[in-house]
Design a protein around this ligand. Structure first.
Ligand SMILES: *Cc1c(COP(=O)(O)O)cnc(C)c1O
Length: 467
């Protein structure tokens, strides 16, 4: 039996989509009230997926039923209001609905000739993002899966540009024997930059780490000598504290020597849209390249990272591709700006997100999540717990005492299910990290979560088995 050769499959698409819509709608309605982390029974039930590769076809309706029955309960409630893990955003309603439409379109967004609409929306969102983030309006860039890939893409372009100046064409000659390039990062650099650097052939051990202050900001007075063969990676929004590197000073020092500055602004750069937080992002516009995520703070849904460069030619020179069947294209072609070729049309949901929020909605989302973070910090401090960071944006680090107690509180909070927070180690101290990154979080969600965290932490401290 082969389901797809059956002509009755075609009229059934509507039935399947209706089934999916019904289940997805129920999910969206219930996610605000359900426990956030999946229950252990739901995790155990995942074994229901295990079977050898099926020899025979299965009715698509049965496929969906199984996904809903086993898959749905084993999700993490990331789209509800009480998920504070990592820096994971939710998805705004317009993006969720737009992604359903885009799935029906199933566009390959690699080239304009494959999908004119995807290419057009991508052009538009890249412009809008430059505007929203206060970056030069003639920046060029691309949409990738995530900030790690955006960092990688920018670093590959920077590598190309600096080596061309030194008379070396890396795409032709490779990295072996190339003139050395120095890379400078802060001591609290995000691990994704180190991964990107190693993928780009720089090697983690060859990176110069500059001291950071108590909030994780790179100390500009500790910068090493910069040259026109240096790449300096700075960050807008430390993944633990939310702190911003002193971009103005670092960019000025770099510019003087012709060094390249790359900004990892996975979430922090978005603070620019709020007049209240805009001052934190000042100076980052002076850099040469930027990486950010739209699946974090803008809540555009997974997956979507953005790379932007002042010098679009560097991007195309390093990531362009030629083949007999490819035309250079008179207009921007998505795949000449990123490492990948075929890709989903991320620009659709991103456009829907930015169009539906507008600057006012985005600003409100940023400001509201920061207010919630302040409330978490004051609630936890008032309950007698130590908040380890200056809460400048949406990130809160809290310690519940000894490392093993904090780890146990995190474990029990996740198990208890009211909310979900992860752990980290900040400058030697074990902490719970609360990241308020979802549009869906309400003040009531914050109070409910605070109550749960404080209750669990007190229980934990009063029971010696915790340690
Ligand atoms: C989240 C984050 C990243 C990595 O983002 P992905 O989208 O998971 O690749 C990089 N840098 C910073 C500062 C981050 O917060």
């Amino acid at each position: 039996m082969c389901a797809l050769s059956d002509e009755s499959a075609i009229p059934r698409i509507g039935e399947l989509l209706s089934f999916a819509a019904e289940k997805a709608t129920r999910y969206a309605d219930q996610v605000r009230d359900r426990r956030v982390g999946p229950a252990s029974a739901a995790l155990a039930a995942l074994s229901g997926f295990h079977e050898p590769f099926p020899e025979v076809s299965c009715d698509p309706a049965e496929v969906l039923k199984q996904l809903d029955a086993i898959g749905s309960p084993a999700t993490t409630g990331m789209t509800g209001g009480r998920y504070f893990g990592f820096v994971n955003g939710g998805i705004v309603p317009a993006a969720l609905a737009a992604s359903w439409m885009a799935d029906a379109w199933n566009q390959n967004a690699a080239l304009r000739s494959m999908s004119p609409v995807a290419a057009e929306l991508e052009d538009i969102v890249l412009q809008w993002i430059c505007d929203a983030l206060g970056l030069p309006s003639d920046c060029e860039g691309g949409l990738v899966t995530c900030a790690t890939m955006a960092n990688f893409t920018a670093l590959v372009a920077a590598r190309h540009a600096l080596l061309v100046q030194a008379g070396w064409h890396v795409n032709e000659d490779g990295m072996f024997g190339a003139p050395p390039i120095e890379v400078v990062v802060g001591a609290e650099v995000h691990a994704s930059i180190l991964k990107a650097l190693s993928m780009a052939g720089f090697g983690r051990k060859r990176v110069t780490m500059v001291d950071a202050d108590s909030q994780g900001r790179m100390r500009s007075d500790r910068l090493p000598r910069l040259t026109k063969r240096t790449i300096v990676c700075i960050q807008a929004g430390n993944v633990n504290t939310g702190a911003f590197d002193p971009a103005k000073e670092i960019c000025a020092a770099a510019k003087e020597q012709g060094a390249w500055v790359h900004v990892d602004g996975a979430f922090g750069l978005w603070a620019h849209v709020s007049p209240k937080f805009e001052h934190l992002t000042r100076g980052f516009e002076n850099a040469d390249s930027w990486a950010t995520d739209t699946h974090k703070w803008p809540n555009a849904g997974y997956d979507c990272g953005v790379v932007l460069l002042r010098d679009g030619d560097a991007l195309r020179a390093s990531l362009g591709m030629t083949a007999a069947y490819l035309e250079p294209g008179a207009r921007r072609e998505p795949m000449y700006h990123t490492p990948d070729a075929s890709r989903r049309a991320r620009g659709v949901e991103l456009w829907a997100t930015l169009k539906s929020l507008g600057r006012a909605g985005l600003c409100e989302l940023i400001a509201r999540t920061c207010t919630h973070a302040q409330r978490f910090a004051s609630g936890l401090r008032n309950a007698g717990f130590e908040v380890l960071n200056e809460v400048v944006i949406n990130q809160v680090l809290v310690s519940f005492g000894a490392p093993e107690v904090t780890r146990e509180v995190i474990r029990r909070v996740q198990e208890e299910g009211t909310c979900w927070c992860g752990g980290t180690v900040w400058q030697g101290k074990t902490a719970m990290r609360i990241s308020v990154s979802s549009w869906a979080t309400t003040a009531a969600d914050v109070e409910r979560s605070l109550e749960a965290i404080i209750r669990v932490a007190r229980d934990c401290q009063s029971v010696s088995s915790c340690a």
